[in-house]
Design a protein around this ligand. Structure first.
Ligand SMILES: *Cc1c(COP(=O)(O)O)cnc(C)c1O
Length: 832
């Protein structure tokens, strides 16, 4: 490889003497013009705003590069403990607005674009979202790396550079259609390839025993097909602190000697074509949110990430420390984002033993003090299990090690509970049955020194239920880390009017210390402040209304209450309950029950996994209800409904600031945390929600009088099993009966009667796990309270201000401080 550094080729660069780039608007104008002409080869006949975007992006990137280099050098010099965030998903969204904010270049960029006669908003809109994630779990990883850079923590993100990210969602005749997201088609200015750090990843082959030079019996993985992993680095700037951390994403590529056999047999094109198999590994993100589909390619992706990332860390370790691993666990920590990268546990064991010849006990001591695992869900369908036969075929040596980990682990279980064979069967990392399976969550717990849930309720339910046996064995491993979101992206960047108002009121400290928002409390009582607050919200609502009109063709009046539910479409999130309420409002209008009416604009958005039938039915239902409601002159402005297509990070940046009422209505005990709920709260929305996930903590922070609570508790949900009779609930509730009649008579599917029968049957099923009918009445009543509260604008604005005021806990800065205090124990890296 020509990019490998060689001693005799060290050039005499004086990199301390590169001319500085400057941070005035004049410097930016110069940079833009230079990149437009010299980097992009454009001239005055070019009018494509895409080149304008690229010229600005290169100009901003120039300003990241030196800080990035300085941060790498500072981290290398500090030589302290580091953490690695391993995640199959990073839902980054756009980079440019965030980079400008964090570099402190917002105002200069605006001035520069003004001087050049270019619309900055239009430029920002040119950037394609980096949609390398499904939803909350992937967005969490993105918020985490932002906060780590701002806190100057030495944390590197490791993920996969999918060629195709999350699909683009189109709505055709009211139904979801998927289109591939080729986000790299126009290039990606925010990444730098680092082929000099490529790694070789093994697949297939078999395990072989041999005696080393000292006559010791050892194992090695032979006859494998290797695939190359090539790193692409993205800079992660901290907030105005000079730190730029790294997100390292791996792309798969074929090795040069790929299928030499066929090549020699004279089938050159076939041989080159077979490179495809290697390149497929990083081709596409699996679009399943909280469900696993057990495809071989997915396991390949998981091992590809784990192996490449661990080898990368070990490469750096060995460069500095040689083969001495005695301090490895003291200096390194891998945080596993769900079970997806859990094969890391066995991979680190393999490398330490097979490649560096450590004994089992030493390797295990290091591994189990280096790994930490975050659980993200209690839903059984999301718990990863891989068939042993698949593991054995793809990763034979790794499977050997998992068997050995399990054997030793079960010996420990037997020691602690002698004779309790049933417990051993329950806790085994290998599940017995027709098809043996590897239970990835159990491997993660056995191999980690920390196991955390993502909100207090979720962490409590984990140790009481799913992981109770493991909690009995290792109570000290378990802890809670309530999620958060970064206020840089989710307030400062996306809600400029509100941010400016807060800055002029209490200063800018909240941008890095969100709890300072608490100082807003007294201003909630001041009419002048409330008026300004209302003006900000109105401006944001007007911006969203324009987008809604453009993409949905429906006019939202900013005078109406904006009632929003955006998140992945899933039965447990209960978009259905929301639709039932919308139908109920429509029914009230039609029967003339509209005294003291509050006009509402209901926006529902989110992607359905392509193979999830019910989720797709729900999208179709929302669309059909919207069609009927929006075209009924009798309804008019009283109610508008849209299904907002292609929900993504850049859409949420417009939606959250404009929302009055945030729908967080999952069946209690099913939503691990939620983070959408936090973005809305920060932007001054009221929540209507159940006692689920982080909603509980949101309500604790803002006060029960500033939260619309309804529904069964998690405990009541569990107690309902076995005696749930939805049809009786419907029959006893006149409003509910009418809603079901409208659905069942085909009012929303005039040309396709029975179209929604799977939905109505699900609601009426006594086995409905989501208990939609059980919560209908209390939900409708809570909605009525919200509607009445909205009419008293003075009181509503106070509540809105309080939501922002008391959102301090939900910053990922706090979350990362918690991880660091309890799990990572890293020293911040101050720059010179
Ligand atoms: C925040 C966010 C999510 C998570 O939303 P939840 O309501 O917590 O499920 C999903 N997708 C996108 C694009 C987000 O920004």
């Amino acid at each position: 490889m020509t990019t490998k550094s060689t001693k005799n080729a060290t050039p005499k660069y004086d990199i301390t003497n590169v001319p500085p780039v400057g941070a005035t608007s004049y410097d930016l104008v110069n940079g833009i013009q230079r990149h437009f002409v010299r980097t992009l080869g454009q001239d005055n006949r070019s009018h494509s705003s895409h080149y304008n975007y690229q010229a600005l992006a290169f100009t901003i990137r120039d300003r990241l590069m030196e800080c990035w280099k300085d941060s790498r050098e500072a981290s290398c010099e500090a030589d302290g403990r580091r953490a690695y965030y391993l995640s199959l998903e990073f839902l980054m969204g756009r980079a440019m607005g965030n980079a400008m904010l964090n570099l402190g270049l917002d105002e200069q960029a605006e001035q520069a674009m003004h001087d050049l006669g270019i619309d900055l908003e239009e430029m920002i809109d040119e950037e394609h979202d980096a949609g390398l994630g499904n939803g909350g779990l992937g967005r969490l990883a993105a918020c985490f790396v932002d906060s780590c850079a701002t806190l100057q923590l030495p944390v590197t993100g490791y993920g996969i550079r999918y060629e195709y990210g999350m699909f683009r969602q189109l709505i055709k005749d009211g139904a979801q259609a998927e289109e591939p997201d080729h986000w790299l088609r126009n290039g990606n200015i925010w990444e730098i390839a680092r082929p000099e750090y490529e790694q070789r990843i093994h697949f297939g082959g078999r395990t072989e025993q041999y005696r080393d030079d000292a006559g010791v019996l050892r194992c090695r993985w032979v006859d494998a097909n290797d695939v190359l992993a090539i790193p692409y680095d993205t800079p992660i700037p901290g907030y105005q602190n000079g730190t730029v951390n790294t997100l390292r994403l791996w792309k798969s590529a074929a090795t040069d000697e790929f299928d030499l056999g066929e090549f020699n047999a004279g089938s050159y094109p076939e041989s080159v074509a077979s490179k495809n198999e290697a390149e497929h590994i990083s081709m596409v993100l699996y679009p399943n949110d909280s469900s696993e589909n057990g495809k071989e390619l997915r396991l390949r992706q998981q091992y590809f990430l784990a192996s490449a990332s661990i080898k990368d860390v070990i490469r750096r370790w060995v460069e500095k420390n040689g083969n001495d691993f005695s301090q490895f666990a003291a200096k390194n920590c891998f945080q596993l984002n769900d079970t997806h990268p859990t094969v890391s546990v066995a991979e680190l064991m393999r490398i330490l033993m097979d490649e560096y010849h450590l004994e089992w006990d030493d390797a295990w001591e290091i591994t189990s003090k280096t790994m930490a695992y975050t659980n993200h869900t209690l839903l059984p369908e999301a718990l990863e299990r891989w068939p042993v036969y698949l593991f054995g075929r793809l990763l034979p040596r790794v499977l050997d090690i998992i068997y050995e980990i399990n054997a030793r682990f079960l010996t420990e279980v037997a020691k602690q509970w002698p004779g309790d064979v049933e417990r051993q069967r329950r806790m085994s990392i290998i599940e017995e049955g027709d098809v043996q399976q590897v239970r990835m969550a159990y491997l993660a717990i056995a191999g980690s020194y920390s196991v955390n849930g993502v909100a207090q309720l979720h962490s409590d339910l984990l140790v009481e239920g799913l992981f109770a046996d493991f909690y009995a064995m290792w109570p000290e491993k378990f802890n809670n880390k309530t999620n958060g979101v970064t206020q840089r992206r989710w307030m400062a960047m996306c809600n400029k009017p509100m941010s400016a108002l807060i800055n002029e009121t209490i200063g800018e400290g909240w941008v890095t210390k969100l709890s300072e928002l608490g100082q807003l409390a007294p201003y909630a009582e001041k009419a002048a402040f409330r008026k300004k607050w209302a003006a900000c919200k109105r401006q944001n609502k007007e911006r969203l209304a324009e987008v809604v009109e453009q993409v949905c063709g429906v006019r939202f009046s900013p005078d109406a209450m904006f009632d929003v539910q955006v998140k992945r479409i899933h039965e447990y999130k209960r978009q259905l309950l929301n639709v039932l309420h919308v139908i109920h409002l429509y029914d009230r209008i039609k029967r003339g029950d509209t005294a003291n009416w509050t006009n509402r604009c209901v926006l529902i958005g989110g992607k359905a996994a392509p193979g999830y039938y019910m989720a797709k039915q729900i999208i179709k239902l929302v669309s059909n209800v919207a069609e009927v409601v929006n075209n009924d002159p009798e309804v008019g402005d009283k109610l508008k409904v849209v299904f907002f297509p292609n929900y993504r990070v850049s859409a949420m940046e417009i939606i959250a600031p404009a929302t009055d009422l945030s729908e967080q209505i999952s069946t209690a005990g099913k939503e691990a945390s939620g983070t959408g709920n936090m973005k809305f709260m920060m932007n001054g929305a009221m929540t209507i929600g159940t006692l689920d996930g982080a909603n509980i903590e949101i309500r604790e922070e803002v006060g029960e009088e500033n939260f619309f609570l309804f529904g069964l508790t998690a405990e009541e949900v569990e107690a309902t099993r076995g005696h749930y009779d939805p049809s009786a609930i419907i029959a006893a509730d006149e409003d509910f009966k009418r809603v079901m009649e409208l659905l069942e008579c085909g009012h929303f599917s005039q040309f396709e009667p029975g179209l929604f029968s799977s939905i109505t049957h699900a609601i009426r099923g006594s086995d409905d796990p989501w208990l939609v009918a059980a919560d209908f009445r209390t939900y409708v009543d809570a909605q009525q309270r919200a509607a009445e509260a909205y009419q008293d604008q003075k009181s509503w604005l106070r509540m809105s201000i309080f939501n922002t005021t008391y959102s301090g806990k939900f910053s990922t800065d706090r979350t990362m401080e918690d991880y660091n205090r309890d799990i990572w124990k890293l020293e911040p890296i101050k720059l010179k």
